[in-house]
Design a protein around this ligand. Structure first.
Ligand SMILES: *[C@@H]1O[C@H](CO)[C@@H](O)[C@H](O)[C@H]1NC(C)=O
Ligand SMILES: *[C@@H]1O[C@H](CO)[C@@H](O)[C@H](O)[C@H]1NC(C)=O
Ligand SMILES: *[C@@H]1O[C@H](CO)[C@@H](O)[C@H](O)[C@H]1NC(C)=O
Ligand SMILES: *[C@@H]1O[C@H](CO)[C@@H](O)[C@H](O)[C@H]1NC(C)=O
Length: 185
């Protein structure tokens, strides 16, 4: 009895504190609050497989470099690349990297990456992370911002580190290791 009275008083007290500290403005169509959700940090590790070979390509060039461009500047590729647990192409599939990369630099092999990582495994099934970044492929480690996410990764922001595991320019196959750190609710 005493305990439930105490918890009632405590709950009432908290409600008063919270509502007095939440200065909100609203219109018929809107509601604003100062709610600060507790954030989680998730770290992901996987491998990305980009395969431009003609037999079973996972990525394709959709726009050629314009006449007179240097180093392929202006070329655009579309990908639906597998993401796997390990570096082997036959390792367990955990998702896809869907989006575009474009040669955005005239002076080095520098890509603009615009993509969604779409996960299919366990609690992450259907959740996505959105990446918008610069990828200077010949650098050892490249950092790209995570600009958002959905599902488990709602309100995400973070950082993706990419390191080339294997790159065969003749066959057009690249395997890239990713470590992604993401804050989300
Ligand atoms: C790339 O695709 C070719 C042709 O389908 C296939 O033989 C090869 O194993 C693939 N390589 C990788 C690393 O996925
Ligand atoms: C992921 O979700 C899809 C659609 O809801 C479902 O068909 C599929 O079986 C799920 N995959 C796993 C590994 O849970
Ligand atoms: C990812 O993290 C592992 C373990 O710390 C490390 O060995 C690897 O080099 C990292 N790779 C990248 C691309 O940051
Ligand atoms: C790169 O790909 C070419 C063509 O598929 C192949 O002949 C060559 O052995 C590969 N190189 C390496 C280092 O895997």
């Amino acid at each position: 009895m005493m305990a439930s009275l105490l918890s009632f008083l405590l709950a009432f007290h908290l409600t008063v504190i919270m509502s007095s500290s939440l200065t909100t403005t609203s219109e018929v169509f809107s509601e604003q609050s100062l709610a600060k959700p507790v954030e989680k940090l998730t770290q992901l590790h996987f491998y990305f497989h980009d395969n431009l070979t003609s037999k079973n390509p996972t990525a394709m060039q959709i726009v050629g470099p314009p006449k007179g461009s240097t180093g392929g500047f202006g070329a655009i590729f579309m990908m639906d690349d597998p993401l796997t647990e390990g570096p082997s192409p036959s390792s367990k599939l955990i998702g896809k990297s869907q989006g575009m990369y474009a040669i955005a630099s005239q002076h080095e092999f520098g890509l603009l990456m615009v993509l969604n990582f779409v996960f299919i495994e366990g609690v992450y099934n259907g959740s996505t992370l959105s990446i918008l970044g610069r990828n200077v492929v010949m650098e050892k480690v490249r950092e790209m911002p995570v600009v958002g996410g959905s599902g488990v990764f709602r309100f995400a922001r973070g950082s993706a580190l990419a390191k080339t595991y294997m790159f065969n320019t003749t066959s057009g196959v690249a395997i890239v290791e990713y470590n992604v750190s993401v804050m989300h609710v």
